[in-house]
Design a protein around this ligand. Structure first.
Ligand code: ATP
Ligand code: MN
Length: 279
């Protein structure tokens, strides 16, 4: 079924297409819940050119790439898909958001503790607005704070407006620590709370997606307790992340599907008077 199983997809580490396919199958029970019914943006390596993002696969009638099964994961490996990014919506109703993602990006050289504390502060602020959230380590430099939304779900402009308000709240309460502006200069010494993931068609890396980066790190769900208790950046490499570890990490999000909340039921009209806590 796999053509060119020996093809190296992650050049720094020599991870081949066959190895990726086997890993997808091993962790499928933990990975698939993060993909099911969501449009995907996938990063592909084909050998002919540098890796590129795709939302549509040539020749398919389905409008977006989706993956709902183990077989689907094997097809993605066959296509040389090295990263899986999901939209914050479902394929059958993409005009509203079923999650918000705050993408916390540290300025160059910032210690991990600053990103961690920023995520914890965003979580607390959201909680003060009546919204529960979940953490994901991207496998890169930052963290994502993910907010599930159940009906009535917001259309994307409303979702973006809400996320921008949260980001700007932090930037104005503690301008030396946070920024709501893009660009390396703005985030120097600060954490950029990127709210721009919250538009139709924007994506964020899925939990249990490998990253096309040296060491082949994997994005993972994290419990707030685990995040709070650790001083170092969480690091899970594809070659070390087995099925049992994936299942353990997945438990961090086990309450996700039971959450019932919307922007309408949260107290969004009023920005919390509390300033974020820092260490
Ligand atoms: P890090 O923690 O290192 O920032 P990240 O996954 O958050 O890792 P970002 O560069 O902050 O990486 O990008 C945020 C998200 O934007 C990514 O997870 C990805 O889904 C999306 N993204 C970035 N570039 C592209 C692109 N060219 N096409 C599609 N999606 C992209
Ligand atoms: Mn990021």
């Amino acid at each position: 079924m796999l053509t060119h199983p020996e093809r190296v997809l992650y050049p720094d580490d020599g991870v081949t297409k066959a190895e990726l396919a086997a890993w997808f199958d091993a962790v499928a029970d933990s990975l698939l819940p993060h993909l099911i019914d969501r449009p995907l943006s996938v990063l592909r390596v084909t050998g002919q050119r540098p890796p590129f993002f795709q939302r549509h696969l040539a020749g398919r009638r389905a409008p977006f790439v989706t993956c709902n099964s183990r077989e689907g994961l094997q097809q993605l490996a066959q296509l040389g898909v090295v990263e899986l990014h999901t939209w914050g919506t479902r394929r059958s109703w993409t005009s509203v958001a079923d999650r918000l993602t705050f993408d916390l990006d540290p300025g160059a050289g910032l210690p991990w503790s600053r990103v961690r504390d920023a995520a914890l502060a965003v979580r607390r602020h959201l909680a003060s607005l009546g919204l529960e959230s979940f953490a994901k380590a991207t496998g890169g430099k930052g963290l994502h704070v993910v907010v599930p939304l159940t009906p009535p779900r917001p259309r994307w402009p409303r979702a973006l407006e809400f996320a921008r308000t949260v980001s700007r709240h932090f930037a104005s309460a503690a301008p030396g620590e946070f920024t709501a502006r893009t660009g390396e200069a703005a985030r120097r010494g600060r954490v950029f709370i990127d709210y721009l993931r919250n538009t139709r068609g924007a994506s964020s890396v899925a939990a249990f997606s490998p990253r096309w980066r040296p060491g082949v790190p994997v994005a993972v769900p994290l419990s707030w307790e685990e995040l709070e208790s650790q001083d170092g950046r969480p690091w899970y490499a594809l070659r070390e992340l087995d099925a049992a570890t994936a299942r353990r990490l997945q438990r961090a999000w086990q309450g996700y599907d039971g959450v019932r909340q919307s922007l309408r039921t949260s107290s969004t009209g009023r920005v919390s008077g509390r300033t974020p806590r820092h260490r």
